[in-house]
Design a binder for this molecule. Structure first.
Ligand SMILES: [Ca+2]
Length: 165
């Protein structure tokens, strides 16, 4: 089993426009998740889907919802960043959204993905084999502008610069 791991997630970009009717492109791509291949060999991404927990508008039980399907291979030790929103050139990303990843993919929908109020989980579903490659969750109300980092099964605010990354 390969070691494909959800390592960082920025669910609540700084300065986000909270109107549901005006989507700001530079804000939406500032929401992202990093997937790293920690294995010594390349990881095959074909058949792997990124999912998150969606909550019905009327309330009730959260369910897994597909964000997008991945394809291709991820080389050993490299990181793929999946941004919410439609594709923009990497040069147009803010520095903090461009740096720290080797490859950038976009969910290609004008929708924020990662829940703020309810918290959320990121999951890598291996569709053809019917099992999870990895899963990690964060608590409700993540701080604005903060990159959550992986600790065990959770994504949490970084306790201190440099110590863990
Ligand atoms: Ca969000």
């Amino acid at each position: 089993m390969s070691n494909l791991r959800i390592v960082h997630l920025k669910p609540n970009p700084a300065g986000k426009d909270r109107s549901r009717y005006r989507i700001d492109t530079s804000q939406i791509v500032a929401e992202w998740v990093d997937i790293e291949n920690l294995d010594a060999a390349a990881a095959n991404l074909t058949g792997v889907e990124l999912h998150h927990l969606a909550y019905p508008p009327a309330g009730g039980q959260a369910r897994w919802e597909r964000v997008l399907g991945l394809t291709g291979k991820l080389r050993s030790g490299t990181t793929l960043r999946v941004h919410s929103g439609k594709e923009v050139p990497v040069a147009q990303l803010r520095p903090e959204d461009a740096q720290g990843a080797d490859f950038h993919l976009f969910a290609q929908r004008d929708l924020y993905v990662w829940n703020n109020a309810e918290g959320d989980c990121a999951g890598l579903w291996q569709r053809d084999l019917g099992h999870w490659r990895d899963k990690a969750c964060y608590d409700p109300l993540p701080p604005e502008g903060v990159v959550l980092v992986r600790r065990g099964d959770k994504l949490v605010p970084d306790a201190g610069r440099g110590g863990w990354l």
